[in-house]
Design a protein around this ligand. Sequence first.
Ligand code: HEC
Ligand code: HEC
Ligand code: HEC
Ligand code: HEC
Ligand code: HEC
Length: 641
Amino acid sequence: MRGKSLKRPSAETLYVALVAAAAVGVTLAVATPVPTTLRDFFNGGTQPNTLIEPLMTAQVCSNCHSYYDEHTEPYSLWSASMMGQASRDPIFHAALAVANQDASFAGEMCLRCHSPQGWSRGAVSADTSGASLEGEDLQGISCSACHRAVDPVYKPGTSPTRDQAILANLTTPMPTHSVHGTVEALAHNASFVWDPEDYRRGPYEITANPHRWVRSEYHRDPALCANCHEVSNPVYTKQPDGSYQLNALNTPHETLNKYDMFPVERTYSEWQNSTFGTQAVALAKNPNALPDDPDFGMNRFGGNDVNVRTCQDCHMPRTKGYGANPAQGAILRNDLGKHTFNGANTWVLRAVAQLYPEYETDLTEAGVNDSIQRSHEMLDAASDLELTFDGYTNLNARIINMTGHKLPTGYPEGRRMWINVKFFAMNDVLIAEYGAYNSDLAELTTADTKVYEAKMGLDAHASNASGKPIGESFHFVLNNQWLKDNRIPPIGFTNAAFASVGAAPVAVVYVDGQYWDDTAYPVPPAAVRAEVRVYHQTTTKEYIEFLRDQNTTNNAGTIAYDQWELFGKSPPALMDEKIIAVNPCGVDVNSDGVYPDERDFDSLLDYYWMTDMRADINHDGLVNGNDIISFIDRFAGAPCE
Ligand code: HEC
Ligand code: HEC
Ligand code: HEC
Ligand code: HEC
Ligand code: HEC
């Protein structure tokens, strides 16, 4: 199933090219990085070069976890996910180069999450540029990185007994806190505890004996995902006034508590402080499905249970199938978690397949297409759009967040969502557009519509420390301030809870319980129809140009930019679309879509005699002679009142 193609450059060749480019690039102005050290990026949990048996390459697992059904078994789905390719992602490499330029050794932090396998064997700490990563290190989040993970808080009765000794041997355990009545580690920044020996952990009691294994409840718990889907910058510490200041250098963060550090991504905390954090929510794909329908009992994210709660429920949708080749003794499961891990990215996988040979990535054309299709389905399921027309001059677009976190969530840089509204007059004539996007230039008109996004930047303190200007910036490791975050909160949102975890809305107000957002658009008088679309984009032009132009180290920024151009400039992905008939002046009295004409006048007179509110043309709550006058004014071309 894995073709051997040699036509593309291998990772090694690519890096030789990167290094060679670095050598010619030295004439560029070189900014001085903040002189941070490895110690500034230290975190608790298992440390590099301490495993008795190293993490295993995924190729080994593929021998049994790939040979039966590529639509259900872990390997093929995982390799076609962004997580399976996280350390080959060219956007990541471009951002990594800038991070290392901005703060020395910052790559220690980035690669701990993006290449945990390489980090575990010390290849990152030895060279935080990532240039010495090779082969299996480039597998991104490898099978073993997740399946050797130990719950950092021992739970008597449910945790595997061998965990007690593993946890007792840790030199730096992560701090803990109590949430919803359970003690958990303040996991983030890949603060994994790994089993030093190769005991593979998963949700099942297994009957086959293919390798050493232990059943682990931790693998059905979002706390596993919290290791990485919580990103905090450890070089900053929160001050009593709410600002963030640089720590004394060459020293680990004092508390290692993520809530004392600058919050970059808070997907896990967003989830934990939503309704999903405490209970399942029924989100049926089709609530009206009958038992014979294929959608019956399915949730909107593709799993075979209408109730969803965990990250796994939505991002590893459950199905019936085998987790490994049955010839090896795997048994048929009804609750098999598919390793799809799809989210919002609809193009970077193509770039990875373009840049690396298939024998390294195992990305097939069909696998890539299927994965991207699944991401489109996730984006489609992520929100609902409701349109209301007040019968007069206002169209309201309400976007309802149906995910388990903010919409959009996660990586804030370069990602955004927006509303596009088009008003049409008779004969399909476009008369007004809001939030227009020019795909040739990748330019969005932002001033006249709602754009959902997060923006960060540097305050005076960070500017002083780094020599970069105050204000909005894409400098990931230097940013110490949130300037905007109007991303839509999830079900169960409260301001107090979100503020306590560094995820408060910024420069916008959402009231407690609000998991939707409304935007009003003025309806032009001549409009008969409005078309409303909601789009998502992962890599904006502003961001990719920043990655290209700020890079003074290597050609990772140019490589990323070229891929971005090649694959359509991160084409906006459609999330919702709806059409609504509008009749702004109430003059299409007989609602036949043609107005105002004599037939409308006939209807008006009928309604007038019946005192039917449809004759209330001027919207004053009364049916009287003034409505007839208003109608005649409009008939003569006067605008709506
Ligand atoms: C020789 C074949 C073989 C190889 C190689 C193999 N596995 Fe397995 N593995 C199996 C079988 C069979 C099962 C049982 C599946 C079942 O019963 O559903 C299994 C189960 C598992 C489970 C589930 C454990 C549980 O308790 O739920 C995990 C996790 C796992 N393997 C991880 C891995 C990883 C990681 C690798 C590579 C480092 C790997 N396996 C390599 C055959 C193999
Ligand atoms: C990001 C973490 C992560 C990675 C990477 C990962 N898994 Fe899993 N895996 C899980 C979780 C979580 C579950 C349990 C899902 C559930 O039941 O909710 C699981 C379940 C399994 C199971 C049990 C059967 C099933 O499919 O649910 C097997 C076998 C398995 N994984 C093997 C693998 C192999 C092989 C790889 C690499 C090709 C891999 N996993 C990569 C997190 C991961
Ligand atoms: C705690 C783990 C963690 C750390 C530390 C981390 N990242 Fe990430 N990164 C993630 C996760 C998780 C995502 C995916 C989030 C999403 O899709 O919204 C991500 C996404 C990204 C992306 C987007 C990739 C794309 O294709 O759009 C870039 C770029 C990136 N990270 C760069 C970095 C850099 C540079 C650093 C270091 C300064 C870093 N990351 C540190 C976990 C981490
Ligand atoms: C070792 C760190 C790590 C762990 C653990 C981890 N992730 Fe990720 N995840 C990442 C990184 C890094 C990315 C971004 C990869 C990229 O875009 O290059 C990512 C991306 C994703 C995406 C976005 C994919 C897209 O299309 O944009 C989803 C969804 C996701 N992870 C789900 C999960 C779930 C669910 C779990 C827990 C079962 C989990 N992750 C555990 C590091 C991790
Ligand atoms: C109720 C279902 C649901 C739950 C629960 C859920 N997600 Fe998501 N998630 C989605 C949907 C739908 C999307 C696509 C829309 C978007 O980008 O926000 C998504 C997107 C993502 C992305 C991609 C963001 C990007 O910009 O690339 C990441 C990463 C992610 N989720 C991680 C997680 C993690 C980690 C958890 C648990 C802490 C989780 N999700 C819980 C439904 C869910």
